[in-house]
Design a protein around this ligand. Structure first.
Ligand code: FAQ
Length: 311
């Protein structure tokens, strides 16, 4: 009966074992996973746009090839994640509808524009850096298909972060104008990248339950702190400054003191009023409509094959 199934589920979680698609799971666990995994998938897909903007304008053939490979990786991540969500009983069509009708969330970070080439460096260094900090612990998420997808995704994100770091390093050590461009991109992306970790712990409605289920292993603020610890020495190597005059190590508390994050900005972006929200969704909708003929052709082909098999 239900109580027995619940007890078995609780024991698996307690023992750090994995829950697999055919296992019984509480409805709320299924729902929260569909929410998080589909949001994550949408983020990867929408996240192709800010960098896609620079593929045709990359400063060299080598840079262009690298950027194309990175953006293709993001498409791949989106597809694994949609597949992981599908194992929970939601269809890919349903998730796509939710996204293009603006009923689903995706990461706030992808609603900012990319006016210069240095933004490609800042995205790799800061956005992929934040993604790694957040996602390495997700490799141990209690839901099997999600945790396993994260392993490969994290390996690719590490490469992405290094390529961003390398772009910034080269610009930082370049001409004065290049150095300035690198610094301005870091100034633009630093605060939004800290917002990627979500609201502060005391305003994070989902954290406690997700941590009890071992989907999340660390709180939003813990991961944000870990990210800052990673950035500080790297910024020094880059010769760039993190745009927070109050950033310093607090020996007593054993954490970084920092300025207050502008949560009004975060909430505005979540409400759909960030600098590029409308453009991102419109682009995704147009791409979906433009792809209608491909879906129709694939369906017609599958139907023909099935009819042949029946003969
Ligand atoms: N943006 O209670 P919590 C990438 C929402 S990396 C938008 O703390 P939770 C790689 C949250 O959904 C980016 N919404 O929620 C890449 C919830 O709303 P809901 C994607 C946000 O789930 C790099 C509400 O606020 N990574 O794509 C954000 O426990 C470069 C309350 O928040 C992932 O998705 C935000 N920043 O913790 C691609 C990682 N923060 O659903 C291309 C997996 C919070 O109740 C280029 N996700 N919200 O309506 C997670 O780890 C978690 O879902 C958190 C949020 C940590 C994001």
């Amino acid at each position: 009966d239900e109580a027995e199934l619940q007890a078995r589920f609780d024991a698996l979680i307690e023992a750090d074992q994995r829950i697999e698609p055919r296992d019984w799971m509480p409805d709320a666990y299924r729902k929260t996973l569909i929410r998080q995994i589909s949001q994550h998938a949408h983020s990867e897909i929408i996240g192709m746009q800010p960098e896609g903007n620079w593929i045709s304008r990359a400063p060299s053939l080598k840079r262009k090839a690298i950027l194309m490979a990175k953006v293709q990786d993001e498409a791949g991540h989106g597809l694994y994640l949609y597949s992981a969500a599908q194992t929970l009983g939601i269809s890919r069509d349903e998730m796509t509808e939710q996204l293009i009708e603006s009923r689903a969330r995706y990461s706030s970070i992808f609603n900012y524009p990319t006016p210069t080439w240095a933004d490609m460096g800042a995205i790799g260094w800061l956005v992929d850096g934040a993604a790694i900090c957040n996602q390495v612990p997700l490799c141990r998420a209690s839901y099997g298909p999600y945790g396993r997808a994260m392993v490969r995704i994290c390996k690719e994100e590490s490469f992405h972060q290094r390529q961003g770091f390398e772009i910034l390093l080269e610009l930082s050590q370049g001409t004065e104008a290049q150095h300035r461009m690198a610094q301005e991109a870091v100034d633009r992306w630093y605060w939004p990248s800290l917002m990627m970790f979500g609201p502060p712990d005391d305003e994070s409605p989902n954290s406690a339950q997700s941590m009890a289920w071992k989907i999340k292993r660390f709180s939003n603020d813990e991961l944000r702190q870990r990210f800052v610890s990673m950035l500080v020495p790297q910024a020094e190597v880059l010769g760039l400054t993190l745009p927070d005059p109050n950033l310093r190590w607090n020996e007593e508390r054993g954490e970084w003191d920092m300025s207050e994050i502008d949560w009004t900005e975060f909430n505005e972006v979540l409400a759909g009023r960030g600098p590029a929200n409308a453009q991102r969704i419109q682009h995704r909708r147009d791409a979906h409509e433009d792809g209608a003929w491909v879906r129709e052709a694939a369906a017609a082909y599958a139907e023909k094959q099935a009819a042949r098999a029946r003969q």
